[in-house]
Design a protein around this ligand. Structure first.
Ligand SMILES: O=C(O)C1=C[C@@H](OP(=O)(O)O)[C@@H](O)[C@H](O)C1
Ligand SMILES: C=C(OP(=O)(O)O)C(=O)O
Length: 434
């Protein structure tokens, strides 16, 4: 086994010697874990988050909530959360957002409910990721935010222990997390929160549906009957004991491994129904020529075409709802035997890195025939050769790199350890399959 402590950098991506046959159990969902933690911190009694994802993003969330006065006990697989308490007294906390969008966007609305000052900062690139709409909205809802007016990290939220709340209009076209952030804390605001979107379409709508579903599971009344409007009624958030589903977006490189090698990969415990956008992989991989099947006992199984990536059809798809799948899908499109076009994903330029520029650069450097568009990427079939694949501190760039490396000998993935953002020991897990 390759441990992250001994990983070569750049890391020679393992090459498949034949069709990969594997059954994998994947770690929990980042999005579900971090929402469950936030809601547990706001709840009326202690909660347990079972099978929580233990990764950089979720540890940062646990540390942030603990600093705000809602201790998260991460000592076992099931994380116990003690909610924020009104009697906790004044806090002076610092929150490290790392490169976690969910920490930078979801925690400030919680900090408004705390009595004290909460200073936010993060990794160097995090200062470029958008958050201004959340800060402006919080100000309009009655929370004091001190920043330098750029609408980005670093900033300080000065909470008084109570937030008036009310109606707010934001432009959430850069990230669905702006909406989720306000909804998650909104029930604890005196008048709740009524969030309206005005702007180009909101991306990643399944992630907002995930937020709404988790609020309703905790007894919160949410009105999402109208497009571009979400209203959360004021009221308690019920504490819960919840098991976290496997991370279906992180399943992408593993299912892609079946696709490119002509093998068969099963992801166990794949839910029959879910709000995770990773579930779209069933359709996407099916459209590329894979056989996809699901059973309650086994999970989701993907079988690649007989001749592996040479038999993969290209894909013409709008990924606006599931932009986080774009890096792995781009790797498949670069290897496919017919042209592809991934559209509707301008917003992923604001992810961990500018993913459209990074994918075009790195796949192109290996010989892919890729064109970068303002809102996507297109590909024509090409023969790839090995080389260094840079990752820009982006876990999903590393996923794209290892998928390519599985069938393109000589691919070296730089900083593969960046995968620790959402997947502990990804490289050793991956290497064990090839
Ligand atoms: O709410 C969430 O958990 C997420 C929402 C999406 O963000 P964007 O809407 O910014 O794409 C997604 O890409 C991200 O990985 C997780
Ligand atoms: C966009 C992503 O992450 P974040 O939660 O940091 O926005 C991602 O994981 O693809």
């Amino acid at each position: 086994m390759t441990s992250s402590a001994t990983l070569a950098d750049p890391w020679p991506a393992p090459v498949a010697t034949g069709p990969v046959e594997a059954v994998v159990s994947l770690p929990g969902s980042k999005s579900l874990t971090n929402r469950a933690l936030v809601l547990a911190a706001l709840a009326d009694r202690p909660s347990v988050v079972r099978r929580a994802l233990r990764s950089r993003d979720t540890m940062l969330m646990a540390q942030a909530l603990t600093a705000l006065g809602a201790p998260v006990d991460t000592s076992t697989e099931d994380w116990a959360v003690t909610p924020l308490s009104a009697s906790a007294g004044s806090v002076a906390a610092e929150v490290d957002c790392g490169l976690a969008g969910t920490v930078m966007r979801f925690v400030p609305p919680v900090a408004g409910l705390v009595d004290g000052t909460v200073a936010f900062d993060g990794d160097p690139h995090m200062r470029n990721r958008p958050v201004g709409e959340v800060l402006t909205a919080l100000t309009a809802l009655g929370v004091r935010v001190d920043d330098d007016g750029r609408g980005s990290l670093p900033f300080t939220v000065v909470g008084t222990g109570a937030v008036p709340g009310g109606t707010v209009v934001i432009d959430a076209s850069a990230s669905s997390q702006f909406v989720s952030a306000l909804l998650l804390a909104g029930a604890r605001y005196e008048h709740g929160v009524d969030v309206r979107h005005d702007g180009k379409p909101v991306p990643s709508l399944p992630h907002i549906e995930m937020t709404v579903a988790m609020l309703r599971d905790r007894g919160v009344v949410v009105d999402d009957a109208d497009a571009n409007r979400w209203a959360v009624a004021p009221g308690p958030v019920a504490g819960r004991d919840e098991a976290i589903e496997p991370d279906l977006s992180n399943a992408a490189p593993f299912l892609a491994l079946a696709a490119v090698t002509g093998g068969t990969v099963t992801v166990r415990h794949w839910p029959e129904r879910t709000t995770q956008p990773g579930d779209l992989l069933r359709d996407l991989l099916g459209a590329m020529g894979c056989r996809v099947s699901w059973t309650a006992d086994d999970g989701l199984t993907v079988a690649g075409p007989g001749d592996g990536h040479r038999g993969l059809r290209g894909l013409d798809v709008d990924l606006h709802e599931a932009g986080e799948l774009a890096p792995a899908m781009a790797a498949l499109c670069a290897l496919a035997s017919t042209p592809s076009h991934l559209r509707g994903i301008a917003h992923i330029r604001g992810h961990e890195t500018d993913r459209l520029a990074a994918l075009a650069q790195e796949l192109g450097a290996l010989g892919a025939d890729v064109t970068e568009h303002p809102d996507g990427l297109s590909f024509r079939p090409a023969r790839l050769t090995g080389g260094v694949f840079h990752t820009y501190a982006d876990h999903r760039m590393a996923h794209a790199g290892v998928v390519i490396g599985a069938v393109v000998p000589g691919t070296l993935v730089e900083d593969v350890a960046t995968t620790s953002k959402t997947f502990p020991d990804f490289a050793s897990f991956w290497a064990a399959l090839l």
